[in-house]
Design a protein around this ligand. Structure first.
Ligand SMILES: Cc1ncc(COP(=O)(O)O)c(C=O)c1O
Length: 383
């Protein structure tokens, strides 16, 4: 059977290929976006699952919007204003897909930073939207380019990851947050603020959500994947209640509702007195891993690369002075290190400079140091 035309536009994901290879024995993987399995809140998960197993009600069909006690907890934690609502989704990825399916007609214009999260590029491609990109600077999107874009055409959505971006790890400055919010209000563009890494800050001070400066022009995606466990497959969308209501109608056609037992388990985890300590532990380990990675880069690769320091999250973006990142990724895999070439995070029209994405959450510090030594032997080869 032939796939639908819009499916044919999806590029076969190099990440999927490399992730398959990355799980082979003996390969050190800096490729995926995986949180550290050794830092999952095992005790909390165990307790939560036992409790949930004894609660018959959550094994029945439930409300599409989500498990009421979890919704109540989330809206308090997010400090939502009265006119705003929450929808629990099957991962924040589903939130993104629902937004595209609910709000985008084919050829509607959307804006993104370049580079951008691959999963979002795929959702917007599948929705047949026209993707416009603006370059990213170390403090966020290039404001001048964003303004020009908003002036030149009616952009419906601006998708962004302002905290510890995937793939670059950068976090927007306060000024950029305010300027983007102002532009979205002025040009009536809806900001899709994707914030899965927001709670993973290990250095510096927290900054407000961009949407806090334009609440009625934004939808916020959050995820439990990086702070609890991705296998729970839970996330949420918040924003003006009227917009959430439309998302609920579309989610009904998709999966009726996200798993109730998992939502009940998540509520147990989030309200457990040990949860804050768990988060501190994750942040502190990610900080150590980031330091091990950046020190190894400075020791073994300094003259070949450059990178902007990150203050949280799971990724570092390594700019290369020379070389083809795709070739480097293939050669690195032969040496036993999996990395992702930067090109997969761009649309074809984008101007790119050679770079690779390195994940530092998944491997232990010693493995990260070994990986960089192996990578150096590939990058430093005369071309
Ligand atoms: C920026 C971004 N958004 C969304 C997701 C999807 O997260 P979830 O596991 O909640 O579906 C990811 C996963 O890596 C991500 O990096």
């Amino acid at each position: 059977m032939h796939t639908a035309k819009h499916v044919q536009q999806l590029r076969s994901s190099y990440i999927r290929e490399i992730l398959k290879a990355a799980t082979a024995d003996g390969v050190i993987s800096l490729a995926g976006g995986l949180p550290a399995a050794d830092l999952f809140p095992h005790m909390l998960l165990q307790e939560a699952m036992l409790k949930v197993a004894n609660n018959r009600q959550v094994f029945q069909y439930g409300e599409t919007r989500g498990y009421a006690p979890l919704l109540e907890h989330l809206s308090k934690t997010f400090n939502l204003q009265e006119s705003h609502g929450t929808l629990v989704t099957t991962g924040s990825q589903q939130g993104l897909d629902l937004i595209a399916r609910t709000y985008l007609n084919s050829e509607d214009h959307i804006a993104m930073e370049a580079p951008s999260y691959l999963g979002a590029l795929q959702v917007f491609t599948l929705a047949q939207a026209t993707i416009n990109t603006v370059p990213q600077t170390p403090s966020g999107p290039d404001i001048k380019a964003l303004k020009q874009l908003f002036e030149s055409r009616q952009v419906k959505l601006f998708y962004a990851v302002p905290d510890f971006h995937n793939p670059t790890g950068i976090s927007w400055s306060l000024q950029t947050r305010q300027e983007v919010a102002r532009l979205c209000q002025t040009f009536n563009v809806t900001l899709i603020e994707d914030a899965p890494y927001r709670d993973l800050r290990f250095f510096g001070d927290d900054l407000p959500l961009v949407s806090s400066f334009c609440p009625d022009h934004s939808l916020v995606l959050r995820s439990s994947s990086k702070t609890s466990a991705p296998g729970l497959r839970l996330g949420s969308v918040t924003g003006p209640e009227e917009w959430i209501t439309h998302l609920i109608r579309v989610k009904q056609t998709s999966d009726l509702h996200s798993s109730l037992p998992m939502q009940a388990a998540l509520l147990e985890i989030l309200t457990h007195p040990g949860f804050e300590q768990h988060l501190c532990n994750v942040r502190s380990h990610y900080h150590q891993r980031y330091q091990a990675l950046s020190e190894a880069i400075n020791t073994h690769l300094q003259s070949e690369v450059s990178f902007t320091k990150v203050e949280g999250g799971m990724f570092l973006w390594l700019k290369l002075a020379k070389g083809d990142p795709m070739q480097i990724a293939k050669m690195a895999l032969k040496k036993g290190v999996a990395i992702v070439p930067g090109s997969v995070f761009y649309i074809e029209e984008d101007i790119q400079s050679p770079a690779i994405r390195l994940n530092f959450s998944y491997c232990k510090p010693e493995q990260l140091a070994t990986a960089i030594q192996l990578l150096a032997s590939v990058i430093a080869l005369p071309k």
